[in-house]
Write a protein that binds this ligand. Structure first.
Ligand code: HAM
Length: 464
């Protein structure tokens, strides 16, 4: 071969090799695969995945919420996750921790200030007005569930994305409404196996509260030097929140502070007494808590929080809370005198309480997956299993299976790890005989049944 041609060929080879290496490099870079670029993403601080090992708690929670809402005739509502920032500022109030420090607020691409909902009540009140719900028979009873966002300091039971089950009754001022709501929350926990007690107080009307605040501030000013720095700041911004302080020094000062209950109007006192009478009737354990004011501005009269019965109330936050908000709808531009009441129950804290109760050996209600596994062996059985599995599902019989695993041993091992009580096994012989084997996983005993009776047979096992 002449030397010129040889050099040309070498150069072409070099160019091709270089191109190949460039292509390889750019693919690797795109995949983030170079050592420098390899980064493992974690969820944003304070936000958590709900993972399969917790599925049984969450399914039980959603089921309990839905069933209770249906039983007490609440209708489902779902509002957007993002709303105009002003909606929350006007509802929850300036000076509250939620509005001042905890909202995820940003400008959207049109320059509108929007916020991710830190709670449901403001959005539901907005929706009540936007959808003309004042023209429906009153009161309107609504329930919802979903994620909420607060830029809180993360710790156990406090997250930046969390979930609530919420109920709101809009368009009625009757103590029985408050008692029904408190009862639903109480039943929600009880149905899941958690005993709670309700801490309750009345903060009266706006006017009662204004009179009380003057008295409270007068008292706290006289003790200012003994207050914590945070409470000193709150003295001008939001004095009622001082009552909630966890600081030991503050607590001492608060022992002799005037109590809001003494400042209630007769109407508010009577209303509160009626709520308590209904709670007595329902045998709901409650504790009168004169310092309970809650952290959102829209409340009036009844306010309450749920705590695990006999639990440590100071270090762990409330499981849930709620109260009356008679002025909010009007304040947001709705019809005059549209009183309302509701609650929000924090579901991450509910899962934590369920786990803690289990640790103490208490029985909580979780929703386990079906306890039957469907195994198949061989191509013919796999095809048949596909059909049988679909037919079972249509008959409402839910079994687990994995068609991607071929060996029976691997399938039985999986069934064992899922702690199923029974496994249905379909092999080539069973396909031909139109039978199926049912294996009791605890005893290893097997019986052969007719495929026609399979659905009934499995239903009986699932019922046990
Ligand atoms: P809230 O007291 O702000 O009330 O929240 C209710 C519950 O949500 C709390 O008791 C707690 O269990 C849970 N929660 C609050 N913040 C967090 C967080 N950062 N991480 C985990 N869980 C949290 C309200 O939201 C009112 N909208 C309730 C209401 C409805 N009032 C009248 N209607």
């Amino acid at each position: 071969m002449p030397p010129a041609k040889k050099t040309a060929k070498k150069t072409t080879k070099k160019v091709i090799a270089k191109k190949k290496s460039l292509v390889k490099k750019s693919v690797a870079e795109k995949k983030g695969d170079t050592k420098k670029n390899k980064k493992i993403f974690e969820p944003i601080r304070g936000m958590k995945d709900i993972v399969p090992r917790d599925e049984k708690y969450w399914l039980a929670i959603w089921k309990s919420a839905r069933e209770l809402a249906r039983a007490y005739s609440y209708n489902y509502i779902e509002t957007p996750i993002i709303e105009p920032t002003q909606l929350f500022v006007r509802s929850i109030g300036k000076g509250t921790d939620v509005v001042d420090k905890e909202m995820y607020t940003f400008d959207d691409r049109d320059g509108n200030k929007v916020s991710m909902r830190p709670e449901f009540t403001a959005g539901i009140a907005r929706s009540f007005i936007s959808n003309g719900m004042m023209n429906m028979p009153q009161p309107v009873k609504l329930w919802t569930r979903g994620p909420l966002f607060r830029y809180d300091r993360p710790q156990a039971g406090r997250y930046r994305q969390f979930h609530q089950f919420g109920c709101e009754v809009i368009g009625g001022r009757d103590p029985v409404i408050d008692a029904e709501l408190i009862n639903i929350g109480y039943n929600f926990y009880r149905d899941l196996g958690i005993n709670t007690e309700v801490y309750i107080n009345s903060i009266g009307s706006l006017e009662d509260r204004q009179n009380y605040i003057i008295e409270l501030v007068g008292y706290l000013r006289s003790k200012r030097s003994y207050l914590s720095d945070l409470s000193k700041k709150r003295l001008t911004k939001n004095p009622l929140r001082i009552l909630d302080s966890k600081d030991e020094q503050d607590k001492e000062v608060l022992q002799d502070a005037p109590q809001i209950i003494e400042w209630l109007s007769q109407d508010s006192k009577d209303f509160f007494m009626k709520v308590l009478e209904y709670l007595d009737e329902l045998h709901i354990p409650y504790v009168l808590q004169p310092t309970l004011v809650r952290g959102l501005d829209y409340y009036c009269d009844t306010v309450y929080e749920y705590y695990v019965e006999g639990g440590d109330h100071t270090s762990q936050g409330a499981l849930g809370g709620g109260g009356r908000y008679d002025a909010l709808i009007e304040q947001l531009g709705g019809r005059e005198s549209t009183p309302a009441s509701g609650f929000g129950l924090g579901l991450e804290r509910c899962v934590l309480a369920m786990k803690a109760a289990q640790k103490e050996g208490k029985k909580v209600v979780t929703q386990e997956k079906p306890t039957i596994f469907f195994a198949q062996l061989g191509e013919m059985a796999r095809r048949k299993a596909l059909r049988i599995f679909e037919e079972l599902r249509r008959d409402g019989v839910y079994v687990m299976s994995t068609l991607s695993k071929g060996s029976l041993r691997a399938q039985l091992e999986l069934a064992d790890s899922m702690k199923v009580t029974h496994t249905a096994i379909l092999g080539q012989k069973e396909v031909q005989d139109k039978t199926i084997i049912i294996r009791d996983m605890a005893t290893g005993m097997q019986e052969i049944i007719d495929q026609k009776t399979l659905a009934k047979h499995l239903q009986n096992i699932l019922k046990k």
